[in-house]
Design a protein around this ligand. Structure first.
Ligand code: HEC
Length: 225
């Protein structure tokens, strides 16, 4: 096939390669020239973790395992939580019936339920909230303390020589074990040292089956002790 478009003479145009004019001339398998100029498509290779990184990871793991294994005071929890395993294991003061809670739970209950009024160290707020530290009601007969916690007080109450005229909410909705843990905490914290409390004291208070809080100290004095 001859391809000279200028019959009138002049400089002849360079001949176009036949492959570009006639698509049928190019075999299908050949790569078109436009594509040959493109950079190669990226593709993923298998890349193992660099051995240095793997070594560093193994080293960190070994140091951590050694640190835990060589801990000389496993019970003392020196690395964070300050409660010892003795605090978290059930108390030995379990009375008749019902499992006792750990001492730490008595402290936690106090912090959640009572500290807002009676203050963190049980020192109370002069004239408003009576102290629990050194209080004759906390250190006195266990059944009376159990009754106070279960039903609350509303009326005039003498504590350590001061008269209070407030309202102590009832905590009868707490479980027996929780009341026991609480009372045990009150009687053994902030310098308080009273005879241990037992589940029987809680049950005696429950047996009163009151609907209202005690009308002040006068009514509390009449409780069986
Ligand atoms: C809303 C505030 C408030 C909360 C919460 C509270 N109390 Fe009281 N509590 C009082 C007041 C006020 C009195 C004094 C009542 C009165 O004047 O009749 C009192 C009295 C007492 C008493 C007898 C008096 C004394 O100081 O020993 C005890 C024991 C006691 N509370 C223990 C507790 C315990 C335990 C808790 C938590 C479970 C608690 N209270 C939660 C306000 C509170």
């Amino acid at each position: 096939m001859s391809s000279d478009p200028s019959p009138g003479g002049g400089t002849p145009r360079p001949a176009t390669p036949p492959s570009l004019l006639d698509p049928c001339a190019t075999p299908l398998s050949a790569v078109p020239p436009q594509q040959e100029r493109e950079p190669q498509d990226p593709h993923e290779k298998t890349r193992p973790i660099p051995w240095l990184a793997a070594l560093a990871f193994l080293l960190l793991f070994a140091v951590g395992a050694l640190y835990v294994a060589l801990d000389t005071q496993p019970g003392a929890s020196i690395h964070g939580d300050r409660r010892s395993s003795a605090d978290l294991s059930p108390a030995v003061t379990a009375g008749a019936g019902g499992a006792a809670l750990a001492p730490a739970q008595g402290a936690a209950l106090f912090a959640n339920q009572c500290a807002a009024c009676h203050q963190a160290q049980g020192q109370g707020l002069s004239g408003v909230f009576p102290p629990l530290a050194g209080s004759e009601w906390v250190l006195g007969p266990p059944q009376v303390l159990a009754a106070i916690l279960t039903y609350g007080i509303s009326g005039s109450l003498q504590v350590k020589g001061q008269t209070y005229q407030g309202a102590m909410p009832a905590f009868g909705h707490l479980k027996d074990e929780e009341l026991l843990a609480l009372a045990t905490h009150l009687r053994s914290s902030w310098g308080n040292q009273a005879a241990p409390f037992s589940m029987a004291d809680i049950q005696a208070a429950r047996a009163l089956q009151r609907k209202q809080p005690f009308a002040g100290g006068a009514e509390l004095e009449q409780l069986p002790r």
